[in-house]
Design a protein around this ligand. Sequence first.
Ligand code: UD1
Length: 347
Amino acid sequence: MKETILVTGGTGFIGSHTTVELQNAGYDVVIVDNLSNSNENVIDGIEKITGIRPAFEKVDLRDFEATEAVFQKYPKIKGIIHFAASKAVGESVEKPLLYYRNNIISLVNLLELMPKYDVKGIIFSSSCTVYGQPTPENLPVTEQAPIQKALSPYGNTKQINEEIIYDYIHSGAPIKSIVLRYFNPIGAHPSAFIGELPLGVPMNLIPFVTQTAIGVRGQLKIFGNDYDTPDGTCIRDYIYVVDLAKAHVCAMARVLNPDIDSDAIEYFNIGTGTGVSTLEVVKAFEKATGVKLNWTFAPRREGDIEKVWGNVDKANKVLGWKADTPLEEVLASAWKWQCALRERGIM
Ligand code: UD1
């Protein structure tokens, strides 16, 4: 049996898929989530896939005592994967203090408790948003590209949290950390027992695509067709959530391995290394599913980055990990999930 891992935000989209991959790799998982943006029945989905029910504690990580009680109850926790955070860009502009309190205090509480409970490593969910719009010579963007001023409080919390971990480790704290900078996570587990469940009108592309395809939304708007890209639409690096989840398993094995002489804090881009335009996503979705999508071009969305995709050589080499699921298969998984939600009467 491998170590026990605390997965914060484990009932969320990426957290649930990562829990599945950790359990498949033999780890014991304790999930902590305040269910502010997810549902406890996600645990049932995880159990259906793996045959193992992860421990679950409904805890708000802003509450130091409640968080400490988790480490007391599960003294075998050796590593943390910290997903729990508010993540709506627009909401963060309207309610910055909510974002600073939630996203920053939670991390500070966890870091403070790690040495006391002998927790050796923490994987932090960061985002390619820290690079802003890279200059053309910095595309595909590497981990060395300059960090740019965040465009939203949400993005700023990711940058600040990276700095908090750095400062804490450089103060001599007896922990190690791996910061994973994700590109655009999409898709769902092939079983369709877990997936992405946005509340209200989706802001992200793929949930909007699948909801349009099933008739919940009337028409997809492609934001902007006059960008400086081959077809005029924005370019992103869409990574399959299951591939992304597996990157966490590799990162956890590395951070907890005392025989690896790695820096105490390391940064990795987690993407496919390939940029795909919004229009290409729409066409790939139609090809993968056979469903015709109702879409139109619309004005640019404020704050959108024109083009970004990752150089993922470091993760490929050092973590021994690669995202290799073809885009059409990923989009088919998102569609299967949407259809499963319909069958279950959810959407
Ligand atoms: C967004 C966030 C980013 C966050 C990420 C999480 C912004 C500015 N950025 O990234 O900080 O880490 O989500 O997944 O919100 N699109 C359409 N029509 C739609 C929806 C999206 O054309 O209805 C386009 C967007 O213009 C963009 C692409 O699809 O070019 C991807 O959009 P989205 O899924 O929202 O992700 P990001 O904007 O890349």
